[in-house]
Design a binder for this molecule. Structure first.
Ligand code: AMP
Length: 599
């Protein structure tokens, strides 16, 4: 065996692995004047390739190749390399002075240590090119960069081999080899995936030749980026066009719903976030625009650890009025957030106060996406009730919901919810709905359940839903819990404690009807419930206290409808013992108020 010098003389080359890279590099070394003495080929395909690119070279076993060669070119898959090298060392096949050259991108020469320990000379070269495994690859090796890693003393041998094959050696330190390979994979292989995804979307919308539509822009982007760097970036992210980014994501989410594949949406989001962060870092995107883009990308986008938290300007919720639009928007948003996304849903009749605010805050804290409905449901109002004058303040509600960080508001008109008139088929609340509120407001709970069932049908589908209801309407809460159980509705009902004004009055949209005297008189409800809970009065005394409560100085008093203590599960009257629930309903002037208290 000849002693290697900086310019290897004519060497006997053995090729382990006649894959695309091994066969082509073997042929290149042969063209450079070396003799290829043997090749391994396990599959029919590699045997054919060996015959084509290395005609006349004997196909041998691995030990035979190692035995005969002065230069062993190892071109096996990266993951097989360590085992192959150490296996040959254990078999005593490596020879002192033998050149062992592997072509795996990810490894330096440490993986060749078992061969080096046997006296072989370890070299790593990696052509930064894609191979077809055909003879045209040989021409493309001209000026192809090769990552070269080798101990300093023998590095010139690796460099010389690369030059002989027509390539251009680029020295990569041992410790950086994996990053070198990761960078190439990211900039080339992952780019192929991006092009594939873009092509798929164009195909899905019926574009005939996606590669032609995409080609000019893609090629120019790659060329510009390679020539002049990221300053050549164009597009909505670097323009700070958050609205467009948001629309892109919604459209991609809808496409994901249709195709059942979410990878494009996810990749778009991650890439756009990286694009925004890098544009901000080099001063191409202002912090405010960056913040807007990041908000448009939603919580799915990874945080860049070094971007300082900017004060968040609340983004108004998207407001929709059509049920179909509400359903699609919610589903696509949920898909955009990922398979584990949860939706918090808060149904209301509007005229929002801090009681509603509490429900929304809890929904916000517990879910990825929050939707609020505002709909005064005619179905749950009886004749002579306050349907026509029920308070409403959509602008005020939206301002409040913006502050609370709500994502979607569904505010349908009656015709949107009940096109063609009130529904024929309704949900019945049965026994639970005929007593208490139900006996004063016949049909009320059937109306509530029917609209809640319709809303649940819009918000469910493919994601987990939590719906938030106030304990203030205790009977309603219980009946809705019963409905989801009885009808297998896939919604988790989350009760929220009553929110009261500082003086104890339970917050209610209907409090807006009360004048000052009425409001003062209405306090008797919460006060007597409190006394009852503390055992300070009996149920009878509590009823009397309410009935004699004057409104202002005049002769009018509060009119009690019912005050009763019930089992919280069955609503059946029980003795006032701990764990039971006291419910009250009374008319204060023209306003009917309800309240309750656990004993
Ligand atoms: P409404 O708009 O009156 O239909 O109420 C919508 C939701 O808010 C229902 O689940 C109510 O129980 C809840 N809610 C209303 N007032 C309060 C309150 N003071 N405390 C807690 N929840 C409330």
């Amino acid at each position: 065996m000849s002693t290697p010098s900086n310019r290897p003389g004519r060497l006997g080359v053995g090729v382990i692995g006649a894959g695309r890279v091994g066969a082509v590099l073997g042929a290149a070394l042969r063209s450079a004047g070396h003799a290829v003495v043997g090749v391994t080929a396990v599959s029919a395909e590699s045997t054919e390739r060996a015959e084509l690119l290395l005609p006349g070279v004997p196909v041998l076993t691995v030990p035979e190749v190692v035995e005969r060669a002065e230069l062993v070119l190892v071109a096996v898959p990266d993951d097989h390399l360590p085992e192959l090298i150490s296996g040959l060392a254990q078999g005593g096949h490596w020879q002192p002075g033998q050149l062992v050259v592997h072509v795996a991108g990810r490894w330096g020469t440490s993986v060749l240590e078992p061969a080096r320990a046997a006296g072989a000379i370890p070299l790593a070269i990696h052509p930064a090119m894609t191979f077809t495994g055909m003879s045209m690859d040989l021409d493309r090796l001209a000026d192809c960069p090769f990552g070269v890693t080798a101990p300093a003393a023998v590095r010139p041998i690796a460099q010389a081999l690369v030059v002989e094959m027509g390539g251009e050696p680029v020295v990569i330190p041992e410790a950086d080899r994996t990053l070198y390979h990761a960078a190439l994979t990211h900039g080339a292989n992952n780019l192929t995936t991006l092009i594939g995804q873009a092509t798929q979307v164009l195909e899905e919308i019926g574009v005939d030749e996606p590669s032609r539509v995409l080609g000019a822009l893609s090629r120019a982007s790659v060329d510009n980026a390679l020539r002049s760097g990221e300053s050549t970036l164009t597009g909505p992210v670097v323009r700070g066009d958050a609205g467009t980014v948001r629309e892109h994501r919604l459209a991609l989410a809808e496409a994901a719903l249709a195709s059942g594949r979410e990878d494009v949406l996810r990749t778009y989001t991650f890439m756009a976030r990286a694009t925004a962060d890098r544009a901000k870092d080099r001063g191409a995107l202002s912090p405010a625009d960056h913040q807007r883009v990041v908000q448009a990308l939603g919580p799915d986008a990874p945080d860049s650890p070094d971007s300082p938290a900017l004060p968040q300007e609340p983004t108004p919720p998207v407001v929709v009025t059509s049920p179909q639009e509400f359903r699609t928007l919610l589903r696509s948003r949920a898909v955009a957030l990922g398979p584990e996304a949860t939706v918090g849903f808060v149904p209301t009749m509007g005229a929002l106060h801090d009681g509603h605010g509490h429900l929304v805050r809890q929904a916000r804290a517990e879910n990825d996406l929050v939707a609020v409905s505002i709909f005064v449901n005619p179905l749950q109002f009886g004749p002579g009730e306050d349907l026509s004058r029920y308070p409403s303040d959509l602008p005020g509600d939206l301002a409040r919901l913006t502050e609370l960080g709500v994502d979607v508001v569904f505010a349908p008109a009656v015709e949107d919810m009940y096109p063609g008139g009130l529904p024929l088929v309704r949900v019945s609340s049965g026994e639970l709905g005929n007593q208490l509120e139900g006996s004063s407001r016949p049909g009320h709970f059937d109306g509530v359940l029917t609209v809640v069932a319709k809303l649940f049908a819009l918000v469910t589908g493919g994601h987990q839903v939590r719906a938030y209801f106030g304990q203030k309407d205790a009977q309603q809460l219980l009946i809705i819990q019963r409905m989801v159980r009885d009808l297998n509705v896939d919604v988790q009902i989350c009760p929220v404690a009553i929110v009261r004004a500082p003086d104890g009055l339970a917050l209610s949209s209907r409090n807006a009807y009360l004048n000052d005297d009425e409001r003062a008189a209405a306090l008797v409800l919460s006060r007597t419930l409190q006394e009852l809970a503390q055992g300070a009065v009996t149920v009878e005394q509590a009823r009397d206290a309410i009935n004699v409560q004057q409104i202002g100085a005049g002769p009018d008093t509060v009119e009690l409808d019912y005050l009763t203590v019930v089992d919280p599960q069955t609503l059946q009257p029980v003795d006032p013992v701990p764990g039971t629930l006291a419910l009250v309903a009374a008319r204060v002037g023209t306003t009917r108020l309800i309240d309750n208290h656990h004993l």
